[in-house]
Design a protein. Structure first.
Ligand SMILES: *[C@@H]1O[C@H](CO)[C@@H](O)[C@H](O)[C@H]1NC(C)=O
Ligand SMILES: *[C@@H]1O[C@H](CO)[C@@H](O)[C@H](O)[C@H]1NC(C)=O
Ligand SMILES: *[C@@H]1O[C@H](CO)[C@@H](O)[C@H](O)[C@H]1NC(C)=O
Ligand SMILES: *[C@@H]1O[C@H](CO)[C@@H](O)[C@H](O)[C@H]1NC(C)=O
Ligand SMILES: [Zn+2]
Length: 304
């Protein structure tokens, strides 16, 4: 759930100009908030509902005062830093081979210079591992930034088109119509589906969306399913390869399907994809909490 200016640096000038034209059109015709913010806010606000006491304490400690104790309020921070921290731009997504519809860490997790590990999955491992030093006396890394990157990228990796095809830049170059607006497919999944759901079903409030998804997690989904979302094989603290593999599957089955260039997307598409988006937000929230709870429970073991 990043901005769709996403990988502008790697695009040709012509497609860059086209993208700018599209952005201007979208900007003039829709009054929505900064793009992608709703999805990140929702993922982090959902996660906060499942924080252990130890996690609440650690997060409070790491957040700057102006966050007022709310991780959700800073969940889009890495998108804002994307141009200042140029090195971070490849950490928001993963490119997979066109039409393969699968993901493989060794094959896919690298940046445009082919540096291994520089993708969303590598970043989740990186920042998870940095945060395990929270209880040590000295820290090599800025753990406030580690927390904000981890929280943000766990959200991104659950957005199906953040693990999309290489040649269309995760749907960024697929121009479609979203009701009366022009948009690109990546933006539809970053933002339009959520904004439309908010307007149509949640009183235009992301907090109401979060409450509804929270209710579904508590009551709607079966418990064993939630446990499965939380758990990682071989006691890993985080398992981003699983989240990425699910995303590219969902991208093929739901995002790319019936959304070729020029398609008019409306209720048929929206109403069938909205439950997928809500499930990915739920999974992202539950898993972010589970990762942080595992990381910070280690301190309790040491100090007890
Ligand atoms: C968490 O903190 C609350 C309030 O401080 C306390 O009542 C509760 O027992 C704690 N739970 C655990 C599992 O430590
Ligand atoms: C790991 O985190 C450090 C500190 O933010 C950063 O410099 C580095 O690029 C990160 N690497 C990956 C793969 O996330
Ligand atoms: C850690 O990063 C945050 C966000 O960039 C920054 O405000 C803070 O000053 C940094 N802390 C240290 C000790 O450098
Ligand atoms: C919907 O939002 C408006 C304005 O924020 C508020 O006054 C109203 O109480 C809300 N309605 C419901 C059902 O939550
Ligand atoms: Zn992002």
């Amino acid at each position: 759930m990043g901005k769709e200016t996403h990988r502008v640096t790697t695009m040709t000038t012509i497609s860059y100009l086209l993208l700018v034209a599209v952005l201007l059109l979208v900007d003039l015709s829709s009054p929505s908030l900064a793009w992608g913010e709703e999805g990140h806010y929702a993922t982090c606000a959902l996660a906060e509902k499942f924080f252990s006491n130890a996690t609440m304490g650690a997060v409070k400690d790491l957040l700057p005062d102006y966050a007022g104790g709310s991780l959700a309020s800073l969940c889009s921070w890495p998108d804002e830093m994307r141009f200042k921290y140029r090195w971070s731009s490849s950490l928001h997504f993963i490119d997979t081979p066109d039409f393969k519809c699968n993901y493989n860490y060794d094959r896919d997790c690298h940046d445009s210079q082919d540096v291994k590990g520089r993708c969303a999955a590598g970043a989740i491992n990186n920042y998870t591992s940095q945060l395990t030093s929270f209880f040590s006396a000295s820290q090599q890394y800025n753990l406030t930034e580690a927390l904000l990157f981890l929280a943000h990228i766990v959200g991104d990796i659950h957005q199906p088109l953040h693990v999309g095809f290489s040649s269309d830049l995760g749907g960024n170059t697929i121009k479609v119509h979203w009701y009366k607006h022009i948009a690109n497919l990546h933006h539809v999944w970053d933002s339009s589906i959520i904004v439309t759901a908010n307007e149509r079903f949640y009183n235009s409030s992301t907090n109401t969306l979060v409450e509804s998804i929270g209710q579904n997690i508590m009551q709607g989904y079966r418990n064993h399913e939630i446990d499965e979302w939380r758990s990682c094989p071989s006691d890993d603290l985080a398992c981003p390869d699983i989240y990425a593999a699910e995303s590219i599957k969902a991208a093929c089955k739901w995002a790319y399907k019936n959304a070729t260039p020029g398609t008019f997307l409306a209720d048929d598409y929206f109403l069938t994809r909205m439950p997928i988006v809500e499930m990915r937000l739920a999974q992202g929230g539950v898993r972010l909490a589970a990762i942080l709870n595992r990381i910070f429970s280690q301190g309790q073991v040491h100090t007890s």
